[in-house]
Each structure stands twice: as structure tokens, then as C-alpha cells.
Write a protein that binds this ligand. Structure first.
Ligand code: ADP
Ligand code: MG
Length: 482
């Protein structure tokens, strides 16, 4: 495809994001809502929809959905019904999914994202509550398929955006922002690999300036934010190529292929089910009072954007640094814990942005996997704010600490003989001794070769095995040279 072709078109994208809620039990039953358990162990008669069983709504799931709605500025619906979405699939024991077709719990709202082109407000259509299905497995060594119903009945919210996203970067940032929001709000663990957060992308293209939307294609089964971005890029290219070849886009659902970044057709719209939605007769409508909404609003966790602002105000951190510290709830919690043990927030920030961040990157670890406690990092921060230079601590103490997890930075520094000598009385004779040994260099310095200060500093570091505070050393050298 000629490069020019792409630029004639505007991509239009809408996301549907499924968010598994962190409740103890399922949406309509008391079975544990727990990932990774032995297959088919959390499956009561209600989850399996045995005849005569009755669903009962989980209040916590309602609360978590309302929290998300309030965070997005959505309107909270106060009269809810659940609808049966009827279809057959082996992982759906009931033969229908309970969802909210006509009365989504949250209506409208928006999420603001920052891209390389600036800020954009992405409008939401709705957030509704529904139950998850079970999971089918197709082992490669066998002709049989297996099904695990543990996931059936897990509470989900589905967040549906308006078709207002125009490139893969916006989609990437939006999904990252959603993951950040739900983890800070503690309503979902945000794990895309395990499927607690899943995203379907609806993609169409139209000629720039056109007002009507093109036919949309839905892409499923991306298991990371990065893959969502890849999938959209490939799909936009595919659609533009098709149109340029004079072909029509067919409305279809496609499955993402991790290897190629492309997708293949799963089903076309003609094959689409008629779900025959109707209100669930076994559940009474739910009403949500103003008082309850208010109570939830009062006790809601602070939003990441607000936490960022607080860091900027309390510690005079730059916007970039505050964004780094609120990039994930783990990073923020780690910093918050470290700062309660230290009077050097700036130094903690530098440790976290610098050596710790590089270590995590090298190891492919998340903050949770860091073999250091916030207390250890606060001690590192304190020690480098007073006694030992940052670079020495980063090169010598940190690697030791990572090797011997239960040690303290101070103990390691002592063991390695790194504690700086602050005593000027002790340093002064060493300085004088050095100046005596290099009379030519002293004379040259006094004639104007001021750069020689570096040479003297080097000698001093050598003699003291780097155990001096560079600032004090500099003062002493200047005093005797001038
Ligand atoms: P459906 O009826 O197929 O479920 P909806 O109108 O409910 O479609 O929209 C589902 C998702 O698809 C929403 O996120 C919406 O923004 C998006 N969407 C709808 N039409 C288009 C389009 N023409 N191009 C891209 N995305 C679209
Ligand atoms: Mg729809």
C-alpha cells in the first residue's frame, strides 16, 4: 500500500473494556471469586444455574461499579434491572449471561488522557455490570476440549467508549489510564495477562472530512496494552488497503494474532446471534439511593490525578516526577511508605527514579518484586543525604543490599568502610601533605591553571578511598591553594 493512502483516512475507534471486580464472591452467588484455583471448585448450584436456584445481587459489586462511575464523572442510574442475554456456548452453563442491556449502572462520563499531541477527553457511553463466562481450554495434545466454570459468574463491569478515539496512541493511553484508575481505586487488579482486564477494539476508517462512520470491525483477544496498540495499527492498514483495492469492509469480529500483530476473521455480522434480551425474572429491580451514592463518594480512594497534585504541592516535585511516582499504585505506595521513615523525600525520589528503576528494568521486575523494603530505601535516602555520595552508594551499597536482603544500608556502608570522614581536622593534614608533594602543580594552579583542582581532588579521593564529602574536600583544597 502506498504511504499516501493512509493519510487520506481517519481511523475511528471505540473500546469495550471488561474489568473483573475485586469482590470476595461472585456477582449472584457466594462462591469464591478467585483466579487460579483448582478447576471447577468454585461452582455452586447457582453458578451452574441448576433448576430452582435463585441469583442474589452482590452489594459489593454494585459499590465497586459506582466507584468507577463516580471516578469517571458518569451519571449513576438509580433504578437497575438485569437482562438475560441468551446464547449457547460450552463455557456458559446457564445458557444466558446476566447483563444490563437497558439500564447500565453508569451513563456517560469521560476519561482524560495525555498523548504526544496533548490532552484529550474521551467520552464514555456507559459502564454496565455483568457476569463473566467460564473458560474453555483446547489442549494441543488432545482432541477433547475442557471447560473450567470457576470464572462463571465473576462480576465484571464493561466500560464502553464513544467512537471518538482516532489513533492507536490514544487507545494505548486510554487503556493505560483505565488500568491505572481501577488499580488505584482498588476495584480490579488490572492484570491483562490473567484476563482481569480485557479490551475489545472496534475499528473503522473513513475519508478525512467525512461525517458518516465507516463499517466497524471488532478485534478481540489482545492480552496486553501494547498488543492493543499493535492490533489497531495493523487493522487500520488492512482496512485502508482493502478500500484502496475497491473492496468493501465487512462488519466482522476478528481474533488478534500475537505473533504477526495481525488478526483473522472469527465471524461476520450475518452470523451474529439474536440474544433475545429480556429482564431477569428471578431478580427484583435494584434501587440505589442518593445517600448510598454520597456515602460511597465520601469513602472513595483518592484518584491518581489528585495524588499527583498532592505530591507536587507537598514536596515541590516536578509534574514529571509526580507522574512517575503515581504511574502505578505499587510505586505510589512504596514511595508513601518510604517517606514516612525519612526526612529526605527528594532523595527517595532520586533513588526510585534512578538506580532502583534501572534494577527493576534489568530484571523485568515490577515494584512488588523489588527485594528491598521501603524502610531500606528510606535509609539509603538518609545516608546519601548526609554521609555518602549518591554514586558511591548506588554502585557499592545497593548491589550488596540486593544480595543480602535483611541487611541495612548503614551496616553495609560500615562493613565496606564507606562512611565518609566529615572531620575537617582529620582531613586537613592529608590535604597539606598532598600540596607538599606537588609543589609544581600548586605553583601552576596559583598562576591561573584552576582546572588543577580536579587533580588535587583525585589525589585526595585516592588517599581517603573516596571517603570524603566532595563539598568539604573542595572547601579545604580551595582554602589552602588560594
Ligand atoms: P454494537 O451494537 O455492535 O455492540 P455499539 O454501538 O454498541 O455497537 O458500539 C460498540 C462499540 O463500538 C463502542 O465502543 C462504540 O464506540 C464502537 N463503535 C460503534 N460504531 C463504530 C464505528 N463505526 N467505528 C468504530 N467504532 C465504533
Ligand atoms: Mg452494543
Amino acid at each position: 500500500m502506498a504511504d499516501g493512502a493512509l493519510s487520506k483516512y481517519q481511523p475511528v475507534i471505540g473500546l469495550e473494556v471488561h474489568i473483573q471486580l475485586l469482590t470476595k464472591s461472585k456477582l449472584f452467588a457466594r462462591d469464591a471469586n478467585q483466579f487460579g484455583d483448582e478447576p471447577n471448585t468454585n461452582i455452586s448450584a447457582i453458578t451452574l444455574a441448576h433448576p430452582g436456584t435463585l441469583p442474589k445481587i452482590n452489594q459489593k459489586a454494585l459499590e465497586l461499579a459506582i466507584i468507577m462511575g463516580l471516578a469517571c464523572g458518569s451519571e449513576i442510574s438509580q433504578y437497575l434491572i438485569f437482562d438475560r442475554k441468551n446464547y449457547f456456548y460450552p463455557d456458559l452453563p446457564k445458557g444466558f449471561q446476566l447483563t444490563q442491556d437497558r439500564t447500565p449502572i453508569c451513563v456517560g462520563g469521560s476519561i482524560t488522557v495525555t498523548t504526544s499531541k496533548g490532552m484529550r477527553v474521551i467520552e464514555l457511553n456507559r459502564i454496565h455490570l455483568e457476569e463473566d463466562a467460564g473458560k474453555s481450554f483446547h489442549p494441543s495434545h488432545s482432541k477433547d476440549s475442557l471447560v473450567d466454570f470457576n470464572r462463571a459468574g465473576t462480576p465484571l463491569i464493561e466500560l464502553v467508549t464513544e467512537p471518538v478515539i482516532h489513533n492507536s496512541e490514544e487507545a494505548f493511553q486510554l487503556l493505560s489510564e483505565i488500568r491505572k484508575l481501577v488499580t488505584f481505586l482498588n476495584i480490579c487488579d488490572g492484570n491483562m495477562e490473567q484476563g482481569s482486564l480485557r479490551c475489545d477494539c472496534n475499528v473503522s476508517v473513513r475519508l478525512k472530512g467525512a461525517t458518516e462512520l465507516g463499517k466497524k470491525v471488532e478485534i478481540k483477544n489482545m492480552n496486553s496494552v501494547r498488543n492493543v496498540r499493535r492490533a489497531i495499527e495493523k487493522e487500520v492498514q488492512r482496512q485502508v488497503s482493502e478500500i484502496e483495492l475497491g473492496h468493501e469492509i465487512i462488519s466482522e469480529t476478528r481474533s488478534f494474532d500475537e505473533k504477526s500483530g495481525g488478526s483473522s476473521s472469527m465471524r461476520t455480522k450475518e452470523e451474529v446471534n439474536d440474544y433475545r434480551y429480556f429482564p431477569e425474572p428471578d431478580l427484583s429491580p435494584v434501587s440505589i439511593s442518593d445517600q448510598w451514592i454520597e456515602k460511597i463518594r465520601q469513602s472513595m480512594p483518592v484518584l491518581p490525578a489528585e495524588l499527583k497534585k498532592q505530591l507536587e504541592e507537598r514536596y515541590s516535585f516536578s509534574s514529571e516526577d509526580a507522574l512517575f511516582l503515581t504511574d502505578s499504585v505499587e510505586t505510589f505506595n512504596f514511595f508513601s511508605a518510604a517517606v514516612t521513615h525519612s526526612s529526605n523525600p527528594e532523595s527517595i525520589l532520586n533513588w526510585m527514579k534512578g538506580p532502583i528503576q534501572s534494577y527493576l528494568k534489568d530484571q523485568g521486575f515490577s515494584v512488588n518484586e523489588l527485594p528491598l523494603t521501603p524502610i531500606q530505601v528510606s535509609e539509603l535516602a538518609d545516608i546519601t543525604a548526609s554521609k555518602i555520595s549518591f554514586s558511591v552508594a548506588a554502585q557499592k551499597i545497593l548491589p550488596e543490599l540486593l544480595k543480602v536482603p535483611n541487611s541495612t544500608p548503614k551496616a553495609v556502608a560500615e562493613r565496606l568502610g564507606l562512611l565518609e570522614d566529615h572531620n575537617e581536622d582529620h582531613l586537613e593534614p592529608i590535604v597539606l601533605d598532598i600540596l607538599d608533594s606537588f609543589p609544581d602543580k600548586v605553583a601552576a594552579y596559583r598562576k591561573g591553571k584552576k582546572g588543577l583542582i580536579g587533580f588535587f581532588m583525585g589525589q585526595l579521593m585516592k588517599k581517603t578511598e573516596s571517603k570524603v564529602d566532595p563539598r568539604i574536600a573542595n572547601e579545604l583544597l580551595s582554602k589552602h591553594l588560594n
